[in-house]
Design a protein around this ligand. Structure first.
Ligand SMILES: Nc1ncnc2c1ncn2[C@@H]1O[C@H](COP(=O)(O)OP(=O)(O)OP(=O)(O)O)[C@@H](O)[C@H]1O
Ligand SMILES: [Mg+2]
Length: 342
């Protein structure tokens, strides 16, 4: 334990022993077995921690090391006036001010990536008037139309999904006014019996809409992921979304650049269709983190339409790798915010 004391969690900058992350240490001769309890199963720096543990134990003569990985995701603290969502530890919102930039794609794949890493994950389709998530999950619209129990989460790809689309046949328009949308959003959060969840991802509709506002005021959101495409008009709108969340005192995790570039599969030539790097520059200017760039890949669109999210169906693709990386960054960021007591 004294040797392990020198190993720091690379994100929390404190000793893994002090943080209580080292469990069940067993020493037999020169062999050591131990469990490291991470603050998220989606920890992007697991390899670094393992290397650091090895480096700390070798000098004291340990020859064989076996690490079991566990995770205990802690809950974010609600602010005054916010009602915690029962059974839900952390809420991650995905937003942008512009339509069609890939919010639903990012929300879906973040959720599936976190579940793949071993977290317990839920997903709310808060796009009340245009719910797309049933399709993106390969679920039939209207599947709970005749339910007498109200909306229930449906599990797919390890994610517990709720969408107003479960109540409506495909193509039925929802023509509700603002206050009704706000109350529908509240019900999706508080009236659905959620199982125990480490992360609940919320796919917000575009803009500073009623759904986005009610969600931000009502729910203890750990932070928001802002999605933008590289071009100026999209960035302008993303900046507006960022100021809205800052006004509402919701932390912004950072910005994702979607449709960042395209690599032609036949020639390997790269094309920056909407420009490139606009979101990274904007994030720098706005003083928020840049979380990553997702290329345009036909598989992303095809998998969304086929109801098999790309991180599930094509995990080797560049876009899936980018999305999994972003999921790890977001999960790590939540751990850090909690450590800071935010
Ligand atoms: N990186 C990508 N590569 C290829 N297609 C993509 C990519 N990102 C998103 N798409 C496709 O672009 C379309 C719009 O994406 P999506 O529905 O996720 O956007 P949105 O921001 O949620 O839209 P809305 O504002 O309508 O809610 C979808 O058909 C989706 O499959
Ligand atoms: Mg959407």
């Amino acid at each position: 334990m004294a040797a392990l004391m020198t190993v720091n969690d690379p994100e929390l900058h404190a000793s893994i022993v002090r943080l209580g992350m080292v469990k069940d240490v067993a020493v037999e001769g020169r062999a050591v077995r131990l469990t490291v309890e991470l603050t998220t199963p989606a920890c992007p720096l697991r390899d670094t921690i393992e290397q650091d543990i090895r480096a700390a134990l070798e000098p004291i003569g340990i020859e064989s090391l076996s690490i079991a990985w566990g995770a205990n995701v802690r809950a974010s603290n609600p602010k005054e006036g916010q009602k915690p969502v029962e059974n839900v530890r952390n809420i991650i919102a995905v937003a942008s001010n512009k339509g069609g930039v890939g919010k639903s794609t990012v929300a879906t794949n973040l959720a599936v990536a976190l579940a793949k890493a071993g977290a317990r994950v839920g997903l709310i389709d808060a796009d009340i008037t245009g719910p797309n998530l049933p399709t993106m999950f390969g679920l039939q619209a209207g599947l709970q139309r005749d339910s007498t129990e109200g909306l229930r989460a449906v599990e797919r790809y390890g994610v517990h999904l709720v969408s107003i689309g479960f109540l409506l046949p495909k193509g039925t328009p929802v023509v509700w006014r603002g206050p009704m949308i706000g109350s529908a959003v509240r019900q999706l959060l508080h009236d659905v019996p959620w199982p125990d969840l480490d992360y609940l991802v919320i796919d917000l509709p575009p803009g500073t809409s009623d759904a986005a506002m009610s969600m931000a005021q009502d729910a203890p959101i750990a932070g928001v992921v802002i999605v933008s495409t590289p071009q100026e008009v999209s960035i302008e709108d993303a900046s507006k979304a960022i100021s809205m969340f800052e006004k509402l005192d919701v932390p912004v995790f950072g910005m994702v650049e979607n449709m960042s570039y395209f690599v032609a599969p036949d020639t390997g030539t790269r094309y920056d269709i909407f420009g490139h790097g606009g979101a990274r520059n904007a994030a720098d200017e706005l003083g928020i983190d840049f979380l990553g760039e997702i290329p345009i890949e036909p598989a992303v669109r095809q998998d969304a339409d086929a109801g098999t999210p790309v991180v599930y169906a094509h995990p080797e693709s560049a876009s899936a790798k980018a999305l999994e990386h972003i999921a790890g960054l977001v999960a790590a960021r939540i751990s850090v915010l909690q450590r800071m007591g935010v």
